[in-house]
Design a protein around this ligand. Sequence first.
Ligand SMILES: [Zn+2]
Length: 388
Amino acid sequence: MTTVPGARPAATPGPIGLPVMRLWEPSRVRFGETDRVNGTDLLTERLLRVIDEGRRSATYKLALLLALIDAAALFPGASTIPTRELAALVLASYYPQTRIYVANDGVERELRQINTKGSPPLRAALRLRLKGDAAGCRNITEAKARIPEEYARALDAVEDTFVRYPIPLLQKVGTTTIPFLYAMDWPEGTSVARLRREGRDGVSFLAGVADRLVVLGPLLRPLVELHWTRDVSRWTGVATEDDRLRAHLFGTDRVAMSRVLRSGLADLQDGACFYCGDRLSSVTQVDHFLAWSRWPNDAVENLVLADTCNGSKSNHLAASEHLARWSQRLVGRSEGLADLAASARWVTDPTRSRALIRSTYEHVPAGTPLWVSRGIFVAAEGPIAIPL
Ligand SMILES: [Zn+2]
């Protein structure tokens, strides 16, 4: 095992005979010369240091990290991710977070994402959200569709700041850049206008990184959310209040569903449990086909109705027969799903839903337990191609 400078090696042998960490050997890693990932351990180590950075002064890097994780899943096989796409994912994180938070003490607070005064991207996100509210948009997808010019303006602000600072700074340790996620070739402070002119407005994942991010995503996301919540709590001067603040910032896995949505989903499933096919009684539950804890996605395409199968499946991946049924519904009932989203005023996003499912299943390691039915699992033989 290799450690990085600053890490303290274990001083004494482990009490239960675990191997003792070896001292770091300076000759093994040359910072600044690394142009590709030095193994999974370095990637993990660097990711954890970014997430656990003590002297963070804004949540920008965490937002960028989540955007990169999402991009890896949403654009499988893409060699370059345009900075515009990263900015869109960052803006999507901040948009709902600009809502006023009412703490347990009843005091309304604007949440702080930064330790200093002004922040152009956050002001832009707030302005967009306020205009979106005024136009009756309940989320950023609607804002993008209904007030496209405002949306583009906000995106400009986010992209400009992220190109100047977080993207060049995320991989910097001290004064040295250690590329561990992506290659990019502009110095801190560069304007996006200039990159665009020169056709360099994108970052390229290093070999193997996108795949690792898809696999590590469900593990990293809660960590990022916890640290993000802690930063906001500290800068705003409000307690984290037993996960209430985190739920406010990142949503929850409880879908507050209208009757319209529920009955529409039931119709699409002919009144039967999505998984076992038993008649749905009055005790039905909405299940995220791809569990919220793996990849948050509330789009109607990711929602199914289930009976007690829901609790049994929990956050496991559903077995391939369920995957096939889900894919069939996505394609065969696409109009029904879109109509349902419109009448229930719910989010629809078949492209994203399909990309997240595809990336997740195509990265399933052999041996992963896949949920079949109550108490029954089957081991995955390896990556699963989605039948679409
Ligand atoms: Zn069932």
